[in-house]
Design a binder for this molecule. Structure first.
Ligand SMILES: *[C@@H]1O[C@H](CO)[C@@H](O)[C@H](O)[C@H]1NC(C)=O
Ligand SMILES: *[C@@H]1O[C@H](CO)[C@@H](O)[C@H](O)[C@H]1NC(C)=O
Ligand SMILES: [Zn+2]
Length: 542
């Protein structure tokens, strides 16, 4: 039995004749019992029809005898839905207890009922009719299965044509008059949304079809069901003249008539103005909504670690100049390839704690990095499996190695970037001096502590960094003599110090510089990062 109240009757009658489907009528009656939506819509329709006829019986008991029974088919149509001049014989037919012999009137009523059953709903455009049945359930389940996602639960998300809001509003105004006249308390916000009803009907069935997975309201795995209805797309267009401000073109949207914009415009428009521009109730559509392809999306998973780079001809990210690739690979691609295939992700977003130049090696414990994996189809891994993945990366190339590989949260990832400038980095540079130097000529460098540099943005990075003078500190240095023209210089610096520029001076743009300190031209032949002192991600014991 449907949980309907006496006061719902005028609304039901009105919506039925307006061409609303049975479930949309339940919505407008604010029925929030989910089971009511799950039962077959034909049954709901029958119950609704019986419910309103019932009332007519009660009301017209006295007048029934005097009423003409000779109504034609046309008035029948109206009778079922909105008049109270119903002939008694037909009313009897709708009572389950009465098994009357089939009269002409009965079959006329049946035709009428069939008609209401097969009629496309003017509000939901078929979504709560044929578009939330077994066919759709199977389609959704097949889409999920086809992509072989691994997940605990899923959330159904529904994207509806924006004009549904316009039609909903029109129908609301249609019953609003009735509501007012009868002094009923009903607010537009109390109306159950199409989305909600759709989910109530579908969730359980989808869960069953997928072998019992939980279909919930919040999940990392989203299955997107989208409907469009090109036939009525123009329904929204009048709103652009009533509220031009609501419809501003945006970059990535195909149409300005987004659901949000339409809702906003509908909040602003007066009832009178709406009724002037739009039919109330809405017109009958000729076709139902078109289901689009099911879109599955798993939220990003984040993975972090540290990498070593052993090669002096490997950029950190793909090196492309004027659309042409300059180096065949990159650190991020070498690391990403095995990870992407393991997580079966669609793409990635790589970030690291600073970066090294193409000709600089990163030794020691390596440089912290983190990757966002987009739409991963698999995301649960044991510690052993992650270790296995790390080994796969290690073995895939001699140029890089990875350690401390681990799955992290999005929030944890920001730890890598925060306070980056305050962190220290250690380097070893192979220095060439123009003038020959003796062992004792360079030892004074070992005693220099906390040397503050003024670094103008290096010429080589001016194309991507703003011109500025940045102060950076070299905390300490040490030297290892090689021969009269070469020595190794170890440096411990504040992150963000440009080492190459400190050595050759960058035409005086970095001051002081090594040329000034040694009173000869110096250049840097090799540079290695020895350590990046960021305590994230946490070290993983071997
Ligand atoms: C990649 O990360 C950056 C910075 O965290 C972010 O702005 C960008 O939107 C991300 N890109 C994708 C495709 O997620
Ligand atoms: C990968 O290489 C790094 C750096 O040499 C090493 O620390 C780590 O243990 C290796 N991991 C595996 C699983 O091979
Ligand atoms: Zn409907």
């Amino acid at each position: 039995m449907l949980p309907l109240r006496e006061k719902d009757k005028p609304i039901i009658r009105k919506l039925l004749s307006a061409g609303c489907c049975a479930r949309c009528i339940l919505r407008f009656c604010c029925v929030s019992v989910q089971a009511a939506y799950r039962q077959p819509q034909e049954q709901t329709l029958e119950e609704l029809q019986a419910f309103i006829v019932d009332e007519e019986n009660g009301k017209c008991q006295d007048c029934a005898a005097t009423e003409s029974t000779g109504t034609n088919d046309k008035s029948h149509d109206a009778a079922l839905s909105e008049t109270s001049e119903d002939p008694p014989s037909k009313r009897a037919k709708l009572e389950p207890s009465v098994s009357a012999t089939k009269s002409e009137e009965d079959s006329a009523a049946l035709v009428k009922q069939k008609d209401e059953e097969s009629r496309l709903c003017v509000v939901c455009l078929g979504i709560l009719q044929e578009l939330c049945g077994t066919i759709q359930v199977i389609k959704i389940a097949e889409a999920v299965k086809a992509e072989k996602y691994e997940f605990d639960s899923l959330v159904l998300s529904l994207s509806l044509p924006a004009q549904l809001c316009v039609r909903e509003h029109s129908c609301w105004l249609h019953v609003k008059e009735e509501v007012r006249a009868k002094g009923l308390v009903l607010d537009k916000d109390d109306v159950i949304q199409v989305k909600e009803a759709f989910k109530w009907i579908m969730q359980g069935q989808v869960a069953k079809e997928l072998g019992g997975v939980a279909v919930v309201t919040k999940s990392a795995f989203e299955v997107g069901v989208e409907f469009t209805h090109p036939e009525t797309d123009t329904d929204c267009h009048f709103l652009a003249t009533t509220c031009p401000d609501c419809f501003k073109p945006t970059k990535n949207k195909q149409s300005v008539f987004t659901r949000m914009a339409v809702v906003k415009a509908l909040e602003k428009i007066s009832d009178a103005r709406f009724l002037k521009h739009y039919p109330c109730p809405p017109t009958q559509p000729t076709s139902s909504c078109t289901p689009q392809d099911i879109q599955c999306l798993h939220v990003s998973v984040f993975i972090a670690g540290r990498y070593n780079k052993f090669c002096r001809s490997l950029p950190q990210t793909p090196w492309v100049i004027d659309g042409e690739r300059r180096m065949e690979s990159s650190v991020e691609e070498l690391i990403a390839a095995p990870i992407l295939s393991t997580f079966r992700a669609d793409g990635f977003n790589f970030s690291s704690s600073g970066r090294e130049d193409v000709d600089v090696r990163t030794l020691g414990n390596g440089r912290p990095f983190a990757m966002e994996l987009l739409n991963p189809h698999r995301c649960r891994f044991s510690t052993a499996e992650i270790k296995q993945l790390q080994e796969t990366i290690n073995k895939s190339s001699d140029k890089i190695r990875v350690r401390d590989l681990q799955i992290v949260t999005r929030e944890a990832m920001s730890r890598m970037k925060e306070g980056e400038e305050e962190k220290t980095k250690s380097y070893t540079a192979l220095i060439w001096t123009q003038k020959p130097v003796q062992r004792e000529d360079i030892t004074f460098i070992d005693d220099i502590k906390d040397l503050t540099l003024d670094q103008k943005t290096p010429l080589r990075v001016l194309h991507r960094r703003a011109l500025a003078v940045r102060q950076r500190v070299i905390h300490s240095m040490n030297t290892r003599y090689v021969d009269p023209h070469h020595f190794y210089l170890g440096l411990k610096t504040q992150a963000g110090t440009y080492i190459k520029e400190f050595v050759h001076g960058d035409f005086g743009r970095t001051k002081p510089n090594l040329c000034q300190l040694l009173k000869t031209d110096t250049d840097i032949l090799e540079l290695d990062v020895e350590s990046v002192d960021v305590d994230w991600p946490p070290a993983i014991p071997e």
